[in-house]
Design a protein around this ligand. Structure first.
Ligand SMILES: [Zn+2]
Length: 402
């Protein structure tokens, strides 16, 4: 309200601001009645009604009649005339699902924990039901879902569409993820590694915008990276480039879940950090380590700094190879901010000090834990536009995919 008083002469800008509040509220809740919209925005029912009418006519919002508490109500959702794309991110312990329009504006989002050794078939089935609910919440028909992008937190083999390294996501090994998901979800599915997709999202919408040669490093329970070369994701000959977490940085070092010894992930990944603190603090999760470190706990601070130094060694090697202008650090551990970034930067700067070129900037990601799911949406939307049948509509598209 204070903002409105500051601009008494500008009815237009007030109306603009009110429009923005209404669209934001609809995006946040997926769908609302006009009465709920008035409550959520603090605007009068008459103002809400006028703006909803205006935005429906211009194709931004869509309204439908519904019943609420036995009374007729006008239900308001975002218009999605050009269809919707769904992004899914399966990581070791977390599932995130988001629905967006083809312009990558997210209209509905869900997050839930996964069991450590969850099974792909169960989870794909569960996601199918969740997507149906999410579509219903934004008043969209099943036919409006054009495609699904899946981000998997494991190296992917492009030819087989399977996980390229055993031991990473056990419940997904030997599964042709795309085919399995297409059978269950009955819509075109596109699959890629989560670090590649996070890199794509940060490149398009976040901290890597405008950087044509850059690296995205993801540090969560595991560690991965997505490399952008010449403005495009670099995938390598088999599609599994960016196995940053499984670069050997200590010869004959600790055993990694991939079966190798001395991988970066086995030394600096979230699981390794938690394991190293086990004797001091039992039952601690990575999120607790971050909270403690940020509150000033020396032991946790040192543990994150040590991980940062090791990641710095690997990042310096990557930087020597690809000469990125910027390295963005994302994933759960990036929430610890400079406690992690500082040591990475220190090692990278020191390792590259003898070069004439300046070292890459090391900054935190801007999309946080949503990066992979947003990237999955962008990836699926890109693939759709690469298929001419996409323009003909969902039914034809599905026919084109058999
Ligand atoms: Zn490994």
């Amino acid at each position: 309200m204070a903002d409105q008083r500051r601009t008494p002469g500008s009815q237009t800008s007030l109306r603009e601001a009110n429009r923005g509040r209404i669209v934001d509220a609809v995006k946040k809740h997926g769908g609302l009645t006009q009465v709920e919209l008035a409550g959520a925005t603090g605007l009068s029912p008459a103002t809400v009604s006028n703006i909803v009418k205006e935005l429906s006519e211009s194709g931004v919002l869509s309204t439908s009649k519904s019943m609420r508490s036995g009374r007729r109500a006008q239900y308001v959702t975002l218009a999605h005339a050009s269809g919707l794309v769904c992004g899914i991110h399966f990581s070791q312990r977390q599932l995130r699902v988001a629905l967006a329009d083809t312009g990558m504006t997210v209209v509905s989002e869900h997050e839930m924990p996964l069991a450590r050794d969850h099974r792909s078939d169960n989870e794909i089935r569960r996601v199918g039901m969740l997507i149906a609910d999410m579509l219903e919440n934004v008043s969209a028909d099943r036919d409006e879902l054009l495609a699904v992008g899946i981000a998997v937190s494991a190296p992917m083999d492009a030819a087989s569409g399977m996980i390229a390294r055993p031991g990473i996501l056990r419940g997904w090994e030997g599964i042709a993820i795309r085919e399995t998901a297409e059978r269950a979800l009955r819509v075109p599915v596109f699959v890629d590694n989560s670090s590649n997709l996070s890199a794509l999202a940060e490149h398009r919408l976040g901290a890597l915008r405008g950087h044509s040669d850059a690296v995205f490093v993801e540090v969560s329970d595991g560690i991965g990276a997505g490399v952008i070369v010449g403005g495009r994701g670099y995938r390598g000959a088999s599609g599994s480039a960016g196995e940053f977490g499984h670069m050997v940085i200590v010869e004959n070092g600790p055993l990694c879940r991939c079966g190798n010894l001395g991988c970066l992930e086995a030394i600096a990944g979230g699981d390794a950090i938690v394991e190293s603190l086990k004797n001091r603090y039992s039952g601690l999760k990575l999120a607790d380590v971050i909270v403690r470190a940020m509150a000033g706990d020396d032991v946790c601070i040192r543990s994150i700094a040590d991980a940062g130094s090791h990641i710095g060694v690997a990042a310096a090697n990557i930087a020597s190879m690809f000469d990125p202008g910027r390295i963005v650090v994302g994933g759960q551990l990036a929430r610890s901010g400079e406690l992690l970034l500082g040591p990475i930067r220190q090692v990278v700067d020191r390792s590259l000090a003898t070069r004439l070129a300046p070292p890459p900037e090391i900054v935190a990601g801007q999309l946080g834990a949503r990066a992979a799911v947003v990237g999955a949406i962008g990836f699926a939307a890109d693939q759709l536009s690469a298929f001419p049948a996409a323009a003909a509509g969902p039914a034809e598209l599905r026919a084109a995919f058999g």
